[in-house]
Design a binder for this molecule. Sequence first.
Ligand code: ASP
Ligand code: MG
Length: 461
Amino acid sequence: MKFGGTSVENGEKIRHVAELLKQYHMDGNELVAVTSALGGVTDGLLTTANEVSKNGKVSQVKEFITDLSKKHYDAINVAIDDEKIRSECVDSIDTRVDELEKALIGICYLGELTNRSIDYISSYGERLAAPIVSGSIRSLGIPSQSFTGGEAGIVTDSNYGDARLLEDSYTLVKSKLGPLLKENIPVVTGFIAHNKQGIITTLGRGGSDFSASIIGASVDADEIWLWKEVHGIMTTDPKIVPESRPIPQISYIEAMELSYFGAKVLHPRTIEPAIKHKIPVRVKNTFEPEFPGTLIVAEQKQIEDVVKAVTLINKVALINISGAGMVGTIGTAARVFSALANAGVNITMISQGSSEANLSLVVNEDQLEAAVAAVRSEFTTNVVGDVAYDRDVCVVAVVGAGMDGIPGVAGKVFYSLGNAGINIIMISQGSSQHNISFVVSSDEALDAVKTLHCEFELDKQ
Ligand code: ASP
Ligand code: MG
């Protein structure tokens, strides 16, 4: 069971989490708890590190550390009743906060912040949270022990900031946590791991879900539960469509499509280990544990729900590369893509019509300038006539494995958008047929999502 930052935001919430864990433990389940940092802490650590590396203000570090300690002391006082456990917990928090303060002051003086130091600093969110969650469980009379990801056996390469898991981790985690499970609820820090040398690495922002999935696969769990502050994976963003509702069951493939498409319910890599080991993943609401949530399973229920969800991706930009010289010129696409790859640009969508006279791409908005410059400098001859771009666009994706082989879905999508007077700028459907993605101008994007949500009756059970 993994608990997100909002689920462990403060002492009351941590106590609630400990009570939930106790209840499932008493019901005869073997559990591992994975915790995120207390809500907002990771952001605070990153911002502070970043700012003090530029301004060198030791006073800012001191202030931050005071607030951070207070936040965690407050949590301890509410989450842990037992005096002895409480003072042990305070000791371990003090030790860690001390180390953190030294590291931040070091950054002030050095004035530099490497990826390795960023991982080290940001690991403190989870490393401060885990002893409190574990202490809270113990204070309810259940044995518990806290581990960092690395201590629990999660080992990665040294790609700081977005480290890749090493395969040995699975057996290592099993050997470290497996023997404890009968009596104990181990609490493991999400998000962080270490490399072979024992240096702290992280699995990318929001990586705690991934940690949970790695651990679940390692101990051969019956299910992996991700406790969040929402009812599950939603048919769309409730801020756009208030009638959106949680999806009761969804396949691994659909969930992956959704996470790639900006529905930030799951870290995209989260379910890889679950898929490999065929372990169902459940997304549940910490604050309404009775609600079933969303179950993510291997098999795809076709027909019933042709379209499961509609998602919107903001902060993207469209690039249109055109020119009569492109027609039949072999290697044009290869040159475009290598130029972009060399410039470190990630491409979200691609479309080329069969006339070959233009190639459209979608990239993240913050990479637009680099992308345009790269393509322009690659084509100085007249193969490419023009490289135009548009920032004011959004991508909308319609996702559902049930679309595979069902005629008329694309027709319905574009017909309903046409009726709503929404102009489609670019279209792309992968041959997996699990999603149809298209680009619209930003001011029509919300309408597009609403129209499709209604058209496919996603608001109805
Ligand atoms: N605390 C980390 C973050 O905010 C990891 C997580 O919450 O999953 O990105
Ligand atoms: Mg988080």
